[in-house]
Ligand binder design. Structure first.
Ligand SMILES: O=C(O)CCC(=O)C(=O)O
Ligand SMILES: [Fe+2]
Length: 303
């Protein structure tokens, strides 16, 4: 399902969000050069030594490493969550909150290599496009769902935007590992920019389907917050990433969340903030080893 951002068809958008929870976006206005430049800069960053990567910090709100490996599940401060070894994901990445990006002292402090600064500048440029695209799509969704636009305005806040760049190494026993295990995103919206290797799969009608990479297009998927905001009319899609035997894969993924303290009100769920949700997810991952998600906030049907 492909949607054109320049002339968004509300009916088609609604259809994709109800039946798939994911769609391909074209005519999004991001120059192809910026998209590929960002992926190749990220690729170069990954070639630094493990020690250098671990030393890449953001300073706010506290000094936390932006580098992670083996799991995409992070604590609110950005540190990787300790997980059981059987759930190691075949991935490494950088987690970059976009808010302080323009302050060059916040990231990559003490790094002499000019690559860090050019990566920061491309991300800043890319982040502006992401905010624009996310807002445009979100407002179209609000219209399609006939929601009160004043009430739902703060359900998406561009200031929460963050980018994760991923490297999925190749692996000869590709059937025995996943690049990223099955999950739904916790975001409102996630926007993915991937290379041509492929590996993203979505779960639909009891089957795993490969999302075919198409140059220049973006993949938008709906997160749990969007499902709640839509009163379960839209769905957050279950997906995973397969690893490739012969080639490593790179992707750049943008996530955007509700505003800090903004209460999600939904006919299907008890009122909650994104922080409540995140705290619950962290707790479940620590104690059960997996995310239960929206189910935790569901208004019981037989009550
Ligand atoms: O790299 C990808 O294709 C998807 C990443 C993803 O699903 C995620 O970060 O939540
Ligand atoms: Fe995801």
């Amino acid at each position: 399902m492909s949607l054109d951002l320049g002339s968004l068809n509300l009916e088609k958008l609604g259809d994709a969000c109800r039946n798939w929870g994911l769609f391909r976006l074209v005519s999004h206005g991001i120059p192809e050069t910026l998209m590929s430049q960002l992926r190749s800069q990220a690729k170069n960053l990954f070639s630094f030594s493990f020690e250098t990567k671990q030393r890449l910090f953001t300073n706010k709100p506290a000094a936390v490493s932006i580098y992670f490996w083996g799991t995409p599940a992070l604590t609110p401060s950005g540190a990787a969550l300790a997980r059981a070894p059987q759930s190691i994901n075949w991935v490494e990445g950088f987690n970059v909150p976009l808010t302080q990006l323009s302050d060059r002292n916040q990231y990559f402090q003490g790094q002499q290599d000019p690559l860090f600064d050019s990566f920061r500048l491309s991300l800043e440029e890319y982040g502006k496009h992401m905010s624009r695209i996310a807002r445009t799509i979100f407002e179209a969704m609000v219209r399609n769902l006939h929601l009160d636009s004043t009430q739902s305005h703060s359900d998406l806040s561009e200031s929460t935007g963050l980018v994760r760049v991923y490297r999925y190494p190749k692996f000869s026993k590709a059937d025995e590992a996943l690049g990223m295990e099955v999950h739904t995103d916790s975001s409102v919206l996630s926007i993915l920019n991937e290379d041509q290797v492929g590996g993203l799969e979505v779960f639909k009608d009891d089957k795993w389907l490969l999302v075919q990479p198409i140059p220049g297009s973006l993949i938008v998927n709906l997160g749990d917050m969007m499902q709640a905001i839509s009163n379960d009319e839209y769905m957050s899609v279950k997906h995973r990433v397969k690893v490739n035997k012969n080639e490593e894969r790179h992707s750049v993924c943008y996530f955007v969340f509700p505003g800090e303290g903004s209460v999600i009100r939904s006919s299907r769920y008890k009122p909650f903030t994104y922080s409540d949700f995140q705290a619950r997810v962290q707790h479940d991952i620590k104690t059960l080893g997996f995310k239960v998600g929206l189910q935790r906030f569901k208004i019981s049907e037989d009550a």
